[in-house]
Design a protein around this ligand. Structure first.
Ligand code: OAD
Length: 324
């Protein structure tokens, strides 16, 4: 047994302990704060992986840590469990044996592309009040605030690209591994990654229309604060605002597909927004969640993987390919 123990804490600080001859532990605190993964590895490499007794691995670092362990040529069970690899193997197995897998995504699907989510520490709703910028009343009573917020989002979204997780899902759709993909996201990163059929439960920022007569308009016209050419009404993206119902055809189709599923994979959503947060309860079979933070429904799911969407999906895809 090793006489050293090391705990890697979320903030990058290392707490090391050395067993003394009298059997007691002397702890060593290293408050060297690192801001990069390379920096963290430099500190960790002072202790060979095999000699460490890990206690916890922060969900954000699980797959980076596991990749390093694989590179070092070790497959240590204690690390495997803490890095969630057993859970990923279970997910890969369920996907491989599922007849009808349906995927439901939320904002956490795109944070690895650089798009902020809404309710995490750096989420949009920590800077903006959703009921001020994203409510049907704002559009009608304070169009300036509404238009400014969504123009800003459109400009920001021009700078981002799909991530590896979007690409894995697009490939799974192409190979018929995923039968139906629904998202709450209003950007088009799933399509840009190659997904063909995506059900946008909350609409999409790509389509602009008149709030009054529904005539189509261009994004440029919305950004330039132009009015509808047909009736002079205010322009808006074709998204669902707070206080508005979901598009009924898309909602019913998603509900039926989820009922039909034998595996529902939910990715990157806090499940705090109704009615989408009721969809998991309609699932016909198993339900698995990949999410960084807890959701109010975790205890109802068959599998919960705490990790980053793209990393977990890549790891799952790797296992699926190995099993082919
Ligand atoms: P939220 O911001 O509420 O939740 C995103 C979830 O994703 C959080 O629980 C994060 O922990 C998790 N997360 C963040 N990054 C992740 C990553 N890389 N991998 C895995 N999980 C990650 O976003 P949604 O649940 O999508 O609606 O929000 C639902 C709706 O609320 C949105 O569609 C929007 C918003 O208000 C409207 O604007 C109408």
């Amino acid at each position: 047994m090793s006489n050293k123990e090391v705990i890697l804490q979320a903030d990058g600080m290392i707490l090391g302990g050395e067993k003394q001859e009298d059997g007691t532990w002397q702890f060593i605190y290293e408050d060297e704060v690192v801001h990069t993964w390379t920096g963290a590895l430099r500190i960790l490499s002072r202790y060979p992986w095999q000699t460490l007794s890990p206690v916890a691995v922060h969900p954000e670092f699980r797959f980076l840590v596991w990749r390093e362990i694989e590179k070092a040529g070790c497959t240590l069970d204690k690390w495997r469990a803490l890095c969630g690899i057993d859970e990923v193997a279970a997910l890969a197995d369920w996907i491989a044996n599922s007849v009808y897998t349906v995927v439901l995504t939320g904002a956490g699907m795109s944070t690895e592309s650089g798009v902020p989510d809404f309710r995490s520490q750096r989420g949009l709703w920590t800077k903006y009040d959703p009921f001020t910028v994203s409510h049907i009343d704002t559009l009608e009573k304070d169009y300036g605030a509404f238009q400014e917020f969504y123009s800003y989002r459109m400009r920001e979204l021009k700078k981002v690209k799909p991530n590896a997780g979007h690409r894995v899902l697009a490939r799974w759709q192409k190979h018929d591994i995923v039968k139906y993909l629904a998202t709450q996201n209003v950007e088009n990163l799933h399509q840009r990654a190659g997904s063909v059929n995506v059900a946008h439960l909350h609409g999409g920022l790509e389509m602009i229309r008149c709030h009054i007569c529904h005539s189509a308009a261009s994004k440029e016209a919305f950004i330039e604060k132009e009015l509808c050419m047909a009736c002079g009404g205010q322009l808006r993206p074709d998204i669902v605002l707070f206080g508005e119902p979901l598009p009924q055809d898309i909602w019913h189709a998603a509900f039926q597909e989820i009922e039909k599923s034998d595996l529902l994979l939910i990715i990157g959503t806090s499940l705090q927004v109704a009615p989408v947060n009721q969809l998991p309860r309609a699932a016909g079979g198993r339900v698995a969640l990949i999410n960084l933070d807890e959701t109010p429904f975790d205890s109802e799911f068959d599998l919960v993987i705490r990790g980053k969407a793209a990393e977990v999906l890549l790891e799952t895809d790797k296992l699926l390919r190995q099993a082919e």
